[in-house]
Ligand binder design. Structure first.
Ligand code: ZN
Length: 374
């Protein structure tokens, strides 16, 4: 991205220096059409290190061989979304017809293989902006990151039920169980905004997910709502009076975090943000529908189970986000249920099905993952 031009130029200058004698490198490559995608195969010298970076303006993938260089042909025929390949500055550059994602990048028997498929512009922009490799030698196929956000904590207990149950403890226990179940699927990595009883400002929870390039953000609560019971799920929006009152109570804990600062021009930033927000909103709503379906088979639901509200923790422009009220501690039946580990495990099973269903239906979710993040 623009703000990285200076550094990129410097790195290119270093890369243009001849690699040290005997350094390992890529020695050949093929690009063949595969459906609407392109299948890339790169022959590696023994021990070669490699990484694949995304760049835009114009869109391209850079295959870099740290400490060595590209020793293959100067030009390669393209296929699918790859217009052509070329040697440049000791790297193999794949010029693209548009935004792409990398799938199934893997290294075996001295060959790096990957599938390059068209992808949403916002997902590609996110990969470029992260500045991190899409894949790198030995550490390929990074799993998407799901951030779990147990609400409240520390000096903020959240809702306290009639039997003295504190929301901050219930949601942390539920998040830990959900983390365990999600990791057991092997389909995603999981990070938690807090894993102990401490206060975290709302804006920091959002920043936590954004800094780690999270594919999905799930906030867990069990608040109070006079007379109401049952689970419900919230995505960002104006919403109804009931949801607005809930969000107002939640947001009182903090003030909103700002947009990520950037030296990208305001016009470009506005376009990128608008693209990202559309995609993020669609992703959030898809997740909310899955949560409603899965929880509906498991626990009582609040009527109009999916609602919109202006929760601060849902405001990351590029991370699809939902807030799940697992029930209301203000209702004695919900409080009794949420105190029980077996009930929380049941809720976690439903949410695990929703998350894995969402990952399977979301193109680019794996692209949001960056090796070494989280
Ligand atoms: Zn809460």
């Amino acid at each position: 991205m623009l703000r990285r031009r200076g550094l990129a130029g410097l790195l290119a200058a270093f890369a243009a220096l001849p690699p040290p004698r005997g350094a390992e490198a890529g020695t050949g490559a093929t690009i063949v059409a595969s459906g609407g995608a392109a299948r890339l195969a790169v022959t590696l010298s023994p021990g070669a290190r490699w990484r694949i970076m995304a760049e835009d303006d114009p869109p391209r993938l850079i295959i870099d061989f740290p400490g060595a260089g590209w020793r293959g042909p100067a030009r390669l025929a393209g296929a699918g979304p790859v217009r052509a390949g070329r040697a440049a500055n000791g790297q193999l550059v794949l010029d693209l017809t548009g935004p792409v994602q990398l799938r199934n990048a893997a290294e075996a028997d001295g060959r790096l293989t990957a599938e390059i498929a068209p992808a949403p512009a916002a997902a590609f922009a996110r990969a470029v902006a992260s500045g991190r490799p899409l894949a790198e030698g030995g550490r390929t196929g990074a799993l998407p990151l799901v951030v779990l956000d147990p609400g409240h904590g520390g000096r903020d207990p959240g809702t306290i039920g009639g039997k003295g149950t504190q929301e901050k403890h219930i949601v942390l226990a539920a998040a830990q169980e959900l983390k365990r179940q999600l990791e057991a699927t092997g389909r995603c990595r999981v990070a938690m905004t807090r894993s102990n009883d401490r206060f975290i400002p709302l804006g920091d929870r959002v920043a936590f997910a954004r800094q780690r390039n999270a594919a999905l953000f799930v906030s867990l609560h069990a608040d109070s709502a006079p007379g109401a019971r049952g689970a419900s799920v919230y995505t960002l929006g104006d919403g109804d009076a009931f949801a607005a009152a809930l969000a107002t109570r939640e947001n009182r804990a903090d003030i909103a975090g700002g947009l990520r600062s950037s030296s990208v021009s305001p016009e470009v930033q506005a376009i990128l943000l608008s693209l990202m927000r559309q995609e993020t909103r669609a992703g959030s709503e898809r997740m909310a529908r899955l949560v409603v379906n899965e929880l509906g088979d498991t626990v009582p639901l609040l009527p109009n189970t999916h609602r919109e509200a202006g929760f601060v923790v849902l405001k990351a422009p590029e991370v699809p986000s939902v807030l799940v009220e697992m029930g209301f501690l203000s209702h004695p039946l919900d409080e009794d249920a949420l105190r029980r580990p077996d009930h929380r495990a049941k809720v976690a099973r439903a949410l695990t099905r929703a998350v894995t269903g969402w990952l399977a239906r979301t193109p680019g979710a794996a692209l949001a993952a960056a090796p070494g993040a989280g």
